[in-house]
Design a protein around this ligand. Structure first.
Ligand code: SF4
Length: 291
């Protein structure tokens, strides 16, 4: 008797709602950004994170550069950036980022990085070099840096405070109950302490979370309260999208009305600015958060 393997059973996947439809990346500005990223051999979280807003952001001539390479030492369940052990430190990268930002001609630039947990300072020295290089070449450009937790190394956080970007962001990403699944190498309290330290250093602070990973609204409100207590000024909330089948599944499509409710609740809790909507990402409309 011939045995045939049963068909592979896949879990039911939620169909994407219409409000998550996006523009395809095209146009002159898009090609300009594409050319700069390629020419300067840079990485962007837009591409590495499969961001749905590339059509809009790159089409408007802006992108979020990701420094310290494109291999991350962590393995967050939501993130499409490649996990591994980085082999080198690209000491020229800060200057190439600064050049590219100059040629993009943006008023406000956003930079993020992978985690470099194998480095004693987590990459803080390269971060500082990058901010200084961007400032030197682009004195009129304001800067937002979306930093990692540096494993709680406050000397590294202080190195960011010392170069004083206009906004420093560190994302909580999700509610504490889901940390083990979503951010296994991170700690909720440690991330809050990064925000606290930044605020203490006089920085305008920002954080973001994803919705649709199985959190309740009450749990989101609790994160808001914790962030406010830590001194967070700006909050972003957006729908989690599964980047590949190997990443965490979307548990729920959050309706735009609920995002609106999060925005109103956040404002009433004292955030200076809340960007909340299905397609919101940390760097989405970031120029608005600097004022
Ligand atoms: S929202 Fe941020 S990550 Fe996404 S395309 Fe825009 S700049 Fe890039």
């Amino acid at each position: 008797m011939e045995l045939t393997a049963p068909p592979l059973e896949r879990p039911l996947r939620l169909k994407k709602p219409d409000w998550l439809r996006v523009k395809l990346p095209t146009g002159e500005s898009y090609r300009h950004v594409r050319g700069l990223v390629d020419h300067y051999k840079l990485h962007t979280i837009c591409e590495s994170g499969n961001c749905p807003n590339m059509g809009e952001c790159w089409g408007a001539g802006t992108a979020t550069f990701m420094i310290l390479g494109n291999i991350c030492t962590r393995s967050c369940g939501f993130c499409a950036v490649h996990t591994g052990m980085p082999t080198e430190l690209d000491l020229d990268e800060p200057y190439r980022v600064a050049e590219a930002i100059k040629l993009m001609g943006v008023k406000h630039a956003v930079i993020t990085s992978v985690n470099r947990d194998e480095l004693k300072d987590g990459g803080a020295a390269i971060w500082a070099l990058t901010v200084n290089a961007v400032r030197t070449l682009n004195p009129a450009t304001t800067l937002e840096t979306l930093i990692p937790d540096f494993k709680g190394n406050m000397d590294s956080v202080d190195a960011i405070i010392a170069v004083a970007p206009e906004v420093v962001s560190h994302n909580m990403e999700t509610i504490p109950r889901l940390y083990r699944r979503v951010r296994p190498q991170a700690k909720y309290e440690r991330s809050l302490s990064v925000i606290k330290r930044l605020k203490h250093g006089g920085i305008r602070t920002k954080s973001g979370i994803m919705a649709g990973l199985g959190e309740t609204q009450e749990e989101v409100f609790k994160v808001m309260d914790d962030l406010r207590e830590a001194g967070c000024d700006v909050l972003t909330i957006g729908q989690y999208l599964q980047p590949t089948r190997n990443h965490l599944e979307v548990i729920e499509w959050i309706h735009p009305d609920i995002f609106k409710n999060y925005e109103l609740n956040g404002l009433s809790r004292g955030f200076k600015y809340v960007e909340s909507g299905p397609l919101v990402r940390s760097s989405y409309h970031a120029e608005k958060h600097v004022k």
